[in-house]
Design a protein around this ligand. Structure first.
Ligand code: FAD
Length: 289
């Protein structure tokens, strides 16, 4: 099913994400996790894609498995930093053939250590979006950054570039993780003031590993509220307690988002069915209200 139809409804949505294995020997483990998450019947599931195209085949296979065997709509991520126009057209044809109707169109990060080649056909996600539009048949989403993308000069500049993605045919935006909802509310207001009215899906990361999150927030420039830092410092060395606290924090964030009219929430469930299940169960009545 096309996500553009799902977003039309007034009903709040809750969706989950999985990432594909890098190598074939891990495929069955990831597939099993994806199936467990799919069995929770979320509104949709997304499957990420390596910036260098690594694991791309598995992205397609896992998305197709979820779509076919669980009837859960899927959103396949697709990056272009390391893809030629021909590569992209082949992937689009394969997605169409597998019945996948939704794509999150991304540029991908530039490699820091020559880990994968950079190709020149697409400079920005907006150019990939144009290609997908001309191919036809997909609902297309893009990434957005409530605290600004790390390469952008300013948040205002970044929002101008988000506008280019939307002009190119991007029909919804999914946010980078954030831990302070006020940052998202102010960002959405800025988007609307610039005339960007597509649905904004809030990306929520339940923290189960405090060290990892401190590092990735430092890299992405994501602000960590004091309340969050205290929790991570207190429970970070106790995996079971950190997981419980991370699920509780994410749940509270989501309840506040729904209460404030942000209707679509995507959980970065990171191949962890237990985390997805706990969050869904915490919201069982709230999602219906
Ligand atoms: P773009 O939209 O192209 O933006 C990149 C930078 O260029 C920004 O600073 C922007 O302001 C600037 N820019 C954009 N257009 C223009 C223009 N026309 N002129 C000048 N400047 C411009 N990475 C993966 O490898 N695989 C994934 O599956 C994946 N999934 C993601 C999902 C989400 C929800 C998010 C938020 C990120 C994801 N990423 C993923 C990471 C993403 O690939 C990186 O953040 C990457 O650095 C930027 O990708 P983008 O699509 O936002 O790029």
């Amino acid at each position: 099913m096309k996500l553009s139809n799902i977003f039309l409804s007034d009903k709040p949505t809750l969706s989950f994400e999985v990432f594909p294995p890098k190598t074939g020997d891990m495929y069955h483990k990831v597939e099993a996790a994806a199936r467990e998450i799919a069995a929770l019947a979320p509104d949709y599931m997304s499957v990420t894609y390596g910036a260098g195209g690594g694991g791309g085949k598995y992205t397609l296979d896992i998305a197709a498995d979820i779509e076919k065997n669980y009837s859960v709509p899927t959103l396949a991520h697709l990056t272009c930093v390391s893809a030629s126009r021909e590569d992209v057209r082949k992937i689009l044809a394969a997605l169409r053939e597998k019945g996948i109707e939704n794509i999150l169109a991304l540029r991908g990060d530039y490699p820091k250590d020559g880990e994968y080649p950079v190709k020149k056909d697409f400079r920005y996600a907006s150019e990939l979006i144009e290609e997908i539009v001309s191919f036809g048949g997909f609902t297309i989403g893009g990434a957005c950054y409530p605290e600004g993308h790390t390469e952008a000069e300013s948040l205002d500049d970044d929002i101008i570039n988000i506008g280019k993605k939307v002009d190119a045919g991007c029909q919804f935006l999914t946010t980078q993780m954030f831990f302070d909802n006020d940052i998202l509310y102010s960002y959405i207001e800025k988007l609307r003031k610039k005339g960007i009215f597509v649905p904004v899906v809030a990306g929520i990361m339940p923290i189960t590993n405090a060290r990892q999150i401190f590092r990735s927030c430092e890299l992405s420039g994501t602000v960590l509220p004091k309340r969050f830092i205290r929790i991570a410092e207190r429970y970070g060395d106790n995996p079971a307690a950190m997981k419980q606290a991370g699920i509780a924090y994410a749940t509270e964030q989501i309840i506040d988002l729904y209460a404030n009219g942000v209707k679509n929430v995507h959980v970065y469930s990171m191949n962890k069915p237990d985390v997805a299940r706990a969050i869904q169960s915490n919201l069982s009545e709230i999602i219906k209200a």
